[in-house]
Design a protein around this ligand. Structure first.
Ligand SMILES: [Zn+2]
Length: 211
């Protein structure tokens, strides 16, 4: 049985079940367009599907996924910037009210970064991509209070979210809307083991459980 057979069977269930039950809303979205109020930057990890974790419907979330849910700092338009392009559209086109950076525990991208040699030159797309958090990685490795491997991963997951929130503010369209109160930024982290969700409070870098 091919892996895609599961998807075909799922599609058939969707057409007969969810689609029929929500046809009116889905056709409305098709005819009138999407107006999501929230953009969410999350990891490509197959275990962290924001629509499932947050129980959302089509049209609710503008989803931007990449390795380790990173927002790179704004750079010139000379290269191909998928995440920046999606953010630009979310803010200028869709005029979302919130951007959430959703991280998670046991992130493979974060582990790859923390386990890499400090002096290694990036030789893959993923190592180059994760290099944007190299200074965060170095800070953690130098922190004597943070010497447990699992603890280091978790700290890096959280600090990566904080860095992404900082980088969001390097985009003038985002900075302007945040400053004028039209846009809010949020940092959340999902625990794969406990299914608990944590939110950073008031730019403190501290994450508190959402009950
Ligand atoms: Zn991840």
């Amino acid at each position: 049985m091919a892996a895609t057979d599961k998807l075909i069977a799922g599609y058939q269930r969707f057409r007969e079940g969810y689609y029929q039950q929500n046809k009116e809303q889905l056709l409305k979205l098709a005819e009138q367009g999407q107006f999501p109020k929230i953009a969410i930057v999350c990891c490509s990890d197959s275990r962290v599907d924001p629509a499932i974790i947050l129980d959302c419907e089509p049209g609710d979330l503008f989803v931007i996924r990449n390795v380790a849910n990173l927002v790179p700092p704004r750079e010139s338009c000379d290269s191909f910037h998928g995440t920046s392009a999606a953010l630009e559209f979310a803010v200028n086109g869709l005029q979302v009210e919130s951007i959430i950076v959703l991280g998670h525990t046991q992130c493979g991208g974060i582990k790859a970064l923390m386990d890499s040699e400090p002096t290694s030159k990036p030789d893959t797309f993923i190592s180059k991509w994760m290099k944007q958090l190299e200074h965060v990685r170095n800070e953690i490795l130098e922190d004597e209070n943070c010497c447990d491997k699992e603890q280091r991963y978790h700290v890096c997951e959280q600090k990566g979210i904080v860095q992404s929130l900082t980088n969001l503010m390097t985009f003038p369209c985002i900075e302007e809307r945040v400053t004028t109160g039209k846009l809010k930024l949020h940092g959340w982290c999902y625990d794969l083991n406990s299914a608990e969700l944590f939110a950073m409070s008031n730019n403190s870098g501290e994450f508190k459980k959402i009950s």
